[in-house]
Design a protein around this ligand. Structure first.
Ligand code: SF4
Length: 339
């Protein structure tokens, strides 16, 4: 497999806003990664929409994390980088009702992923001359369109494997979608080596407790599904789900009370005062650059939305918003790589 990523980062942001409405809808429905809605053993790429389980959020490129990755981000004071994803149930037999919605569940426990947040950032991918505010991974440097944690020990395994899992499952890759929408060559070689095949994507029952988490108390999620759907998730909503994920055990529905309590405390301590899509609760300052940067991006996006001044929408703002808070720099691309 060989991909040409310079100037792209299409798999690290939700660029559906750059498409017309019809294409945007199709792109959202397909999603970036093999999702829980694809996780039945009989899943195939030609599933009809009726057989799928649409998520309550609208992130077309959600990046799910493993339990160990959730714990690592928690330990690093980066809980603010994470957010849950729940799905609509396919039918009433697999559903629990929360906020009047049929939520996909296993053994009456709502199932969810924990993944990376995408605050709005000004980015100019695919050779575009002007930046647009797009939901962009918290770890993507908008100036270079490179990942700030690439090669780091907490680089998500899902990102490291992309787009191999899609190729393995016969799903369209983000690289091919970018090629179709904006031209250029992104997926240069779609043949997978033995190393890239690896253990394959973690799907279905084998993902329980490892990547697909089960909340033991659906009543504790009252309000969360509503807020997730409307984009107004609160820090404590995220902290609750992050804590359950961190307390999960691979292959079982068991939750460790000790890990849950520890995870909840760590998560709440790392959530800075909420801004942007959050709704106003405050918590002690995070030791990490992540939480303050997310809040500042939301504030700057709100300012830019009611201001025509282009200078408030430059990718170069990342120096102030992210690096001045402690974000690691990215090296940039070599001359010629961006052609
Ligand atoms: S962690 Fe890095 S590679 Fe993964 S989506 Fe975010 S910016 Fe992209």
């Amino acid at each position: 497999m060989e991909v040409h990523c310079a100037g792209c980062a299409g798999c690290c942001m939700d660029w559906t806003a750059l498409l017309d409405d019809y294409e945007a809808d199709r792109t959202r429905q397909r999603g970036r990664f093999a999702d829980a809605s694809d996780s039945d053993s009989d899943s195939t790429s030609d599933n009809t929409e009726n057989e799928r389980r649409p998520p309550f959020d609208d992130d077309a490129n959600f990046v799910p994390l493993t339990r160990d990755e959730v714990r690592t981000f928690l330990d690093r004071g980066m809980a603010a980088a994470m957010t849950p994803r729940f799905w609509r149930a396919r039918d009433e037999h697999e559903a629990v009702e929360i906020d009047g919605q049929q939520v996909a569940a296993i053994a009456d426990r709502p199932v969810f992923f924990v993944g990376l947040r995408k605050p709005p950032k000004p980015v100019a991918p695919f050779g575009r001359a002007e930046p647009n505010w797009l939901p962009t991974c918290v770890f993507l440097d908008p100036t270079t369109l490179q990942c700030r944690i690439h090669g780091d020990e907490h680089f998500p395994s899902e990102c490291g494997a992309y787009p191999a899992h899609n190729l393995e499952l016969g799903h369209e890759t983000e690289c091919e979608r970018v090629e179709a929408a904006f031209g250029g060559d992104r997926l240069l070689d779609d043949r997978l080596s033995d190393d890239e095949l690896g253990d394959g994507p973690l799907l279905g029952s084998q993902a329980i407790g490892e990547k697909l988490f089960c909340h033991p108390q659906p009543d504790d999620l009252t309000g969360v599904v509503d807020r997730l759907e409307t984009g107004h998730l609160r820090p404590e909503d995220r902290a609750e789900c992050i804590a359950v994920a961190s307390a999960s055990s691979p292959g079982t529905l068991a939750i460790s009370e000790h890990h849950y309590e520890t995870g909840k405390t760590q998560a709440m301590e790392a959530m800075p005062s909420a801004g942007g899509g959050d709704s106003g609760n405050s918590a002690p300052d995070s030791a990490s650059w992540v939480g303050p940067a997310i809040d500042e991006w939301h504030e700057r996006y709100d300012t830019a939305a009611c201001d025509d001044d282009d200078s408030v929408s430059s990718p170069d703002l990342a120096v102030t918003v992210e690096e001045d808070h402690g974000a690691p720099e990215t090296p940039g691309w070599e001359e010629g790589e961006l052609e």
